[in-house]
Design a protein around this ligand. Structure first.
Ligand SMILES: [Cu+2]
Length: 153
């Protein structure tokens, strides 16, 4: 009685189908692990962890003085409130042709006040916040322009 050659019985067929699938899965897992290892070697994961504090607040925020904010009183700094992590920065950009300022009106105890001075159209101004708490500021020229920076611990 002849025995079936290997791979032709139902068991052999299963092996033929399953084995390549397992190999593909194993290769995929290997690539995934290699990717994790590579990101650690390159410092990607540490860079990611540095980009946010334990509270999850971002390290940077951007605020615009939108076009016409100097004349249209329903406009304001945009967004009017931003939240960043301690040590983070906020950059203001004047997208209005009129001059504006970023002038702190209230800062947490132990924090420094800030004053951009005159910002012409397209000017930018950046403040680094090293003390946590809530900061209030306005534009020296337009009383309807006022904003808040929340710095998390
Ligand atoms: Cu203004």
């Amino acid at each position: 009685m002849a025995t079936a050659p290997p791979g032709t019985g139902s068991k052999g067929l299963m092996i033929r189908i399953v084995a390549p699938v397992l190999i593909v899965l194993a290769i995929g897992a290997g690539i995934g692990l290699a990717g994790v290892g590579l990101s650690q070697v390159l410092g990607w994961s540490s860079a990611l962890s540095m980009s946010s504090s334990s509270t999850g607040a971002p390290q940077t925020a951007s605020v615009s003085m939108p076009r016409d904010v100097g004349t249209v009183q329903s406009l304001n700094f945009e967004p009017a409130t931003v939240t960043i992590a301690k040590g983070g920065k906020v950059t203001w950009t004047n997208n209005d042709p009129l001059a504006h300022t970023v002038s702190s009106t209230s800062v947490p105890s132990g924090a420094q006040s800030f004053e951009s001075g005159n910002m012409a159209g397209n000017a930018t101004y950046t403040v680094t916040f090293t003390v946590d708490g809530t900061y209030y500021y306005n534009c020296a020229y337009h009383i309807w322009m006022h904003g808040t920076v929340i710095v998390t611990g």
